[in-house]
Design a protein around this ligand. Structure first.
Ligand code: OAD
Length: 241
């Protein structure tokens, strides 16, 4: 174990409150492509940042729905990696010391067994109506389609995730900010740190900030330590008792 890893492990061992902020790189070793990675196969020519917007959905609902259907399918087939499991295990051993905040919509932290995950960007397996639902809009009774729709008023279902330009769920963000401010250690794992307000949590951290990422990130300068490695390799070592 490198000296720096041992140092961060000691910080984690003595921290009373640890906040962990995860991004797409957290799930890379489970086989979920990150946003800024090249997409593969059928979707290679589409930029996720051009698909994950309300504007894109309204312009071409089937295209955006199909992209999410592809990702739902992919995510349903993968499993949490040893990084997810290490966080879940730490949370079980020390529930009062850990707040897990994620930008991921894949639900892999929850499937690994983490409780109370603050999912800033929603859940890819849930839907909501694109326009304010009327009495006729019933998700269970939506007509089949790409996307499914209300056969009375034509309202469309969309994935219940936060798209570019949309507000984050207020209470979840409040809780994440409170956890950031009150932590004495924040681990920032697998995020490029370019998307706000999530990335802003690292700047609010009350304690030390440690980056876990094989590549440089926008948050490296604000960190007390930068560990160049992957989530699945490093988290089990950092969070062992
Ligand atoms: P990005 O795709 O921007 O960044 C992924 C990060 O993970 C990069 O910094 C990689 O170097 C790093 N990475 C890759 N493999 C890794 C590994 N095995 N272990 C650790 N790190 C690894 O993803 P996010 O930062 O999560 O928003 O992107 C933030 C938000 O922008 C997403 O939540 C999404 C996106 O568009 C919305 O959907 C609103």
């Amino acid at each position: 174990m490198s000296e720096l890893v041992a140092q961060v492990r000691a910080w984690a061992g003595s921290a009373q409150r640890i906040a962990v902020l995860t991004g797409a790189g957290m799930s890379a070793e489970s086989g979920v492509p990150t946003f800024r990675d090249a997409q593969t196969g059928l979707w290679a020519r589409f930029d996720p940042q051009q698909l994950a917007t309300e504007e894109a959905f309204r312009a071409n609902p089937s295209l955006v729905w199909d992209w999410y259907a592809y990702r739902r399918d992919l995510i349903a087939k993968v499993t949490p990696n040893t990084g997810h499991l290490a966080l879940a295990d730490f949370g079980r051993r020390h529930p009062a010391r850990l707040t897990l905040i994620t930008q991921n919509v894949d639900g892999l932290h929850q499937r690994a067994g983490s409780a109370g995950v603050l999912a800033l960007h929603g859940n890819i397996f849930e839907d909501k109506w694109v326009d304010a639902p009327k009495a006729c809009c019933k998700q269970d009774a939506a007509a089949a389609g790409r996307p499914p729709y209300c056969d009375r008023c034509g309202n469309l279902l969309r994935p219940a995730v936060v798209w570019f330009g949309e507000a984050l769920p207020l209470q979840t963000l409040d809780e994440a900010q409170a956890a950031a401010k009150s932590c004495d250690l924040m681990l920032v794992v697998g995020t490029s740190g370019v998307v706000y307000p999530a990335a802003g949590l690292a700047h609010m951290a009350g304690g030390r900030v440690v980056i876990v990422n094989p590549e440089p990130t926008e948050l490296d300068d604000a960190a007390d330590a930068v560990l160049r490695g992957t989530a699945a390799q490093l988290l089990p070592a950092l969070l062992a008792d």
